[in-house]
Design a binder for this molecule. Structure first.
Ligand SMILES: Cc1cc2nc3c(=O)[nH]c(=O)nc-3n(C[C@H](O)[C@H](O)[C@H](O)COP(=O)(O)OP(=O)(O)OC[C@H]3O[C@@H](n4cnc5c(N)ncnc54)[C@H](O)[C@@H]3O)c2cc1C
Length: 525
């Protein structure tokens, strides 16, 4: 008997989950160690549109695509995609157009020596070439300089998914769903059923036995994966698993989204997501091959939709690299937070049905990938095993949510902005989780290091924390003492010189994103 996995929802969460499970368990001659006695069915409502946003990914997406079996060239050309190498934060410290990068490439020497500890220490500045003209990221990494010039993270002759600098993607979410759908059905044997899930028939033990569609069709299964987005049809509507709002920590609850054409065919394509702080939120800016996705995420407790829309349209109007056109933003409302548990009985929620907080640092797709990968690796072989796995999954996923919430909140509380109630409210102690308060206390005396967490599956490495902390000038007034011995000083100097050398080499060798992508598109699959 085959194990039947039924996925409800055909948005990015549904199709990524289907692809990740099917690539491991359903494909004959798969290079993975799947059992091949699994059947994956995806059910999608013809009446409920998917979100259609979610355009920035982490580098994990390269592995996901490779594992599913989609070629990078096909992906780039079918999804209008481009490379994402960093997030660039503008105006977060002082609101004066200053910026810093959080790149995907770890600091030079990461794991061998803590450059960050020396950056944030007294006494080492003169010895280590640290002066007022340099920021932490460019002291330890080449990627910000590459992003400044809109360069690609690799040379065109490099193999697919290989890189000079670590990268993820910017993509058209609608087109991404289309290519995943086609690939999963045609290449991975996923069965697609169109139908609106109306209700559930339970078993005596409370498991889901069957889902019932509005056309009367019944679908039975062993494991049901709820990827039904905000509808949360199984985990929320059927099981009534409580939702934990996190709005008291992360205030943003509304987004206005636009798609804006480039001014011309040769407008540069940025290598990073630009996040520009506003009075009551921030504006995201994502550059694809043919257009930009631009939107304003804000807190409706602190501003009105009208003011937020004005700020967004001003942002667009003031950018000469955008075509002038009449624009009407789409409004998306959300309650930031997540479920209390994610796997209940024989049902597990992935994607927005499990939770969603604002898109800062693009944490949603990576959590989908990681959750689906975990489930695929550990696909329960019987019902008893499922209960054990459910407990473990819930523990891990809750930890991940806490990690995400702390890391996003960090961006706000490091700010010196006091120009609006929104920024002031972010400083209130009551809005800062205890775990983050503890971490900040620790980081006053030592930089985040390799032993920062005990988690094997942490989402944000200490490198990410270093980039944000020192990008935001954390501790610059109360540097801690670190004794720098001669041997360590020369190692750091060597790493620093290597970094300078690599930066220069890459600046002269790498093509622009536009040049790289044009070359790929000449040979469209
Ligand atoms: C403004 C904004 C910006 C974002 N930006 C990013 C980003 O840059 N990076 C990132 O990683 N993430 C981002 N996200 C999150 C990302 O968009 C989502 O995580 C992603 O789209 C996954 O959504 P989903 O598949 O869970 O839900 P959806 O896309 O909403 O899909 C839900 C599916 O369920 C189906 N469905 C619903 N009800 C039923 C029913 N009764 N029966 C059958 N089917 C049903 C629908 O038809 C649909 O197919 C952003 C989100 C927002 C709101």
């Amino acid at each position: 008997m085959k194990t039947r996995v039924v996925i409800v929802g055909g948005g990015t969460a549904g199709w990524l989950t289907a692809g990740i499970i099917a690539a491991r368990h359903c494909v004959q001659n798969s290079s993975t160690h799947g059992t091949q006695n699994t059947e994956v069915i995806l059910v999608e409502s013809p009446d409920v549109k998917n979100l259609g946003v979610g355009e920035g990914t982490w580098p994990t997406m390269r592995d996901t695509l490779r594992q599913i079996g989609i070629s990078e060239r096909t992906f780039l050309s079918c999804c209008d995609a481009s490379f994402k190498q960093a997030s660039k934060f503008v105006g977060w410290s002082n609101g004066k157009n200053e910026h810093y990068y959080h790149p995907f490439t770890a600091p030079s020497g990461y794991g061998a020596v803590s450059m960050a500890d020396h950056w944030s220490a007294t006494g080492s500045a003169a010895q280590l070439d640290i002066n007022n003209d340099i920021n932490f990221e460019s002291w330890v990494c080449a990627q910000g300089a590459i992003c400044d010039k809109n360069l690609a993270p690799k040379l065109p002759q490099m193999p697919e998914y290989a890189f000079s600098l670590n990268y993820g993607y910017h993509l058209n979410a609608g087109k991404f769903v289309k290519i995943l759908h086609q690939h999963c059905v045609e290449k991975l044997g996923v069965k697609y059923i169109q139908g609106h899930v109306e209700h559930v028939i339970p078993r005596d033990n409370g498991d889901i036995s069957e889902i019932v569609l509005s056309n009367g069709k019944h679908i039975d299964g062993d494991l049901f994966i709820d990827c039904s987005g905000f509808a949360a049809i199984l985990i929320g509507k059927h099981y009534q698993i409580p939702f934990k709002s996190q709005k008291h920590i992360l205030f943003n609850d509304t987004a206005l989204a636009l798609q804006v054409e480039h001014a011309s065919d040769d407008t540069p394509i940025a290598s990073c997501t630009v996040a520009t702080a506003q009075k009551s939120g921030w504006i995201w800016d994502i550059s694809l091959q043919n257009r930009r996705g631009i939107g304003h995420v804000f807190a409706s407790d602190f501003t009105t939709v009208e003011s937020a829309e004005d700020a967004l349209l001003d942002y667009v109007k003031n950018d000469p690299l955008l075509a002038s056109q009449k624009l009407t933003p789409r409004t998306i409302k959300f309650n930031p937070g997540h479920r209390e548990t994610f796997w209940h009985k024989n049902c597990v929620a992935i994607g927005v049905s499990a939770g969603f907080v604002e898109p800062l640092e693009a944490t949603a797709l990576v959590l989908i990938e990681k959750s689906a990968e975990w489930i695929s690796q550990q696909l329960p072989r019987d019902r008893n095993a499922m209960s054990v796995l459910a407990k473990r999954f819930n523990h891990l996923t809750l930890q991940r949510w806490q990690e995400i919430i702390d890391f996003l909140k960090l961006h706000y509380i490091l700010s010196n902005r006091t120009d609006s109630e929104y920024w002031q409210a972010h400083q209130h102690k009551d809005s800062i989780p205890e775990s983050l308060q503890d971490a900040l206390l620790l980081w006053r005396t030592q930089a985040p290091g390799l032993y920062e967490t005990n988690q094997r599956f942490e989402l944000f490495s200490s490198a990410s924390k270093q980039y944000v902390l020192y990008g935001m000038d954390f501790n610059s007034e109360q540097k801690h003492e670190v004794h720098l011995c001669q041997k360590e000083a020369s190692l750091i100097k060597r790493i620093r010189n290597e970094n300078l050398h690599i930066t220069e080499k890459l600046l002269s060798a790498l093509p622009t994103n536009r040049q790289f992508l044009s070359k790929i598109l000449q040979n469209k699959p």
